[in-house]
Design a protein around this ligand. Structure first.
Ligand code: NAD
Length: 533
């Protein structure tokens, strides 16, 4: 669907010729070998140019997102264009600090090895491949590349063909703004990605589904290439009887309306304590009517499902459910419109529960005890990407203690991943590795330990040379000797100094008990002196 800005020309999607891919990768690798990307000023120029290109291509990007996802301009700016522009600025502001060598001294380096200078250099990994996903087609593709540029890598980016207009807009931005020898976009689908995976990379950064992640890992393993995987999962939300139900409903509904719920982080199901189930559902409907007073379909703020394949996938989940629709339910295939929809189900095996919805639909399952809810969550997906708890802080602490997830938020939907510079990543089936902020720099960096041993330090190194001399080893043991505070059963043991500190109320002892002990000491001393008179 075109906007009022229809006069904005967007190039038709054109896949990169498969035969050209080896040459593109070779050029990127040659540029890395030229060492020019190691220069911090070079990286900064690339980041500045990228920043301005994003700002200057705002209308094209807005139009492209409108056409690909019917994403409104507000959301396109909020979650993608402004987001990546800010990422560039944050990298520019912090690059000197991140890239600085870090000296390593005591206690990591024992005192008797002091003549050695040890430091960590932050070195770019090399030439990296970034593969993006369709749901946030701009930010999920370009954000990791910002990290790669900051780290001093060269990169080839393969945006998702699922959002073809954005893929072409990204190519346009890269071609105009970045060093073409170092940073290139390859557009296409499976054949082009396969050709890319046939090349040797120093890291592959992939965002998308688990099925393709397996293909990527298998190809990466051939060259022992490290990977970062940003995947999905079936994310649980928990609402207990202690929750503010109005707030929980409003915030959880938002998690399923942003980008029409095509968010890897949004909840797939909500476990609700039975006692507050009816009220929670009522509040969901109140929040729905507040967000979409004219109905969801009429709202200019609700994106559409990316394509018919995904529309039919989500529709099938709804068609096969044994549950009951308790909010929304409207859909229109001709427009790929799907209303935010909640389904009350009674089994974790329901069609609504057995796969990630990755759309505006979610299920609700009642529970009687928090322990029961935890068991359901661990059975449905032991390593989801996110988890949300609404209730008391103690309940939330119990949840994050008992259920693993990539990240978690108390009292909100995905706040933990709504801040662009906070590390973000999955665990187990929901991914490996993290990025954003400094983590984006780190994920493309090799932390290289460097030692410098001066010639005059020979005396301090006698211990390592043959013929071995036991007195040297004994001397080193004596110099490095540490008194341990645990016995052979792993129990902590306390020496005299601990008990003295304990009696005097110093150290780790808590203040109340220290005061009490002092009172006992003063009383004992007083009774002793009175008696002895
Ligand atoms: P997608 O269809 O956009 O595919 C992702 C990428 O994989 C694309 O660039 C595509 O070209 C490539 N690809 C597809 N088939 C391939 C093949 N056979 N060989 C090589 N490459 C191939 O996205 P998707 O995979 O449908 O994404 C949806 C999934 O991504 C969901 O599970 C979602 O949770 C997850 N996701 C995760 C994050 C995150 O940051 N953790 C973000 C967005 C999406």
């Amino acid at each position: 669907m075109a906007s009022k800005q229809a006069d904005i020309l967007l190039p038709a999607f054109a896949a990169t010729a498969v035969e050209a891919i080896p040459e593109i990768c070779a050029t990127s690798r040659e540029t890395f070998r030229s060492l020019k990307t190691k220069d911090l000023d070079y990286r900064k120029v690339q980041l500045r140019r990228l920043y301005w290109a994003i700002v200057d291509h705002r209308p094209q990007l807005e139009e492209a997102m409108l056409r690909d996802l019917r994403k409104g301009r507000y959301e396109s700016n909020f979650t993608e264009i402004d987001w990546v522009a800010k990422t560039c600025l944050f990298a520019l502001e912090n690059l000197d600090k991140w890239a600085k060598e870090e000296p390593i001294g005591s206690p990591s380096v024992p005192l008797h090895f002091w003549p050695n200078k040890i430091r960590t250099r932050k070195e770019p990994l090399g030439t990296v491949l970034v593969i993006g996903a369709y749901n946030f087609p701009f930010s999920l593709s370009v954000d990791p590349v910002v990290g790669a540029i900051a780290a001093g890598c060269t990169a080839v980016l393969k945006p998702s063909e699922g959002a073809p207009n954005v893929a072409m807009a990204i190519k346009d931005i890269f071609d105009k703004a970045l060093d073409p020898g170092a940073y290139r976009v390859v557009n296409g689908a499976v054949p082009e990605t396969t050709a890319l995976l046939d090349q040797k990379w120093d890291k592959i950064f992939y965002t998308g589904g688990a099925q393709v992640a397996r293909i990527i890992c298998a190809k990466a393993a051939e060259n022992l290439t490290p990977v970062a995987l940003e995947l999905g999962g079936r994310n649980p939300a928990f609402v207990t009887r202690n929750a503010d139900l109005k707030l929980a409903a409003r915030r959880l509904l938002w998690g399923k309306t942003l980008n029409a719920g095509q968010v890897c982080l949004s909840h797939n199901y909500v476990l609700v304590e039975r006692e507050v189930l009816d009220e929670f559902i009522r509040q969901l409907n109140v929040a729905f009517n507040q967000s979409f007073p004219e109905g969801a379909k009429a709202s200019p703020d609700l994106a559409r499902i990316i394509n018919e394949r995904h529309f039919l996938r989500i529709k099938a989940m709804l068609d096969q459910t044994s549950g009951k629709i308790v909010m929304g339910g409207e859909m229109d295939q001709s427009e790929l419109f799907m209303s935010p929809t909640a389904v009350l189900v009674n089994s974790a095996d329901d069609s609504m529960m057995v796969q990630e919805s990755f759309g505006p639909t979610f299920s609700i399952i009642p529970f009687d005890t928090l322990g029961q809810a935890i068991d359901i969550a661990n059975k449905v997906d032991p390593t989801p990407l996110s988890l949300f708890g609404f209730g008391t802080r103690d309940e939330f602490n119990k949840l994050i203690h008992s259920v693993t997830s990539g990240g978690a938020t108390f009292n909100d939907s995905f706040m933990h991943a709504s801040l662009g510079n906070v590390p973000f990543g999955g665990v187990g089936g929901s991914g490996t590795g993290a990025y954003r902020g400094k983590a984006s720099f780190d994920t493309f960096t090799h932390f290289r330990t460097i030692a410098e041993t001066p010639a005059w330090a020979e005396g301090s190194l006698r211990v390592r040379y043959q013929p071995y001399d036991w007195s040297q080893l004994r001397l080193m043991r004596w110099l490095e000797k540490k008194k341990v505070n645990f016995d052979r059963d792993g129990r902590i043991t306390h020496g005299a100094s601990y008990w003295l500190k304990y009696l005097l109320g110093l150290g780790a002892a808590n203040k109340k008990s220290a005061v009490l002990r002092w009172l006992v000491i003063v009383f004992a001393w007083y009774s002793y002196t009175v008696r002895s008179r």
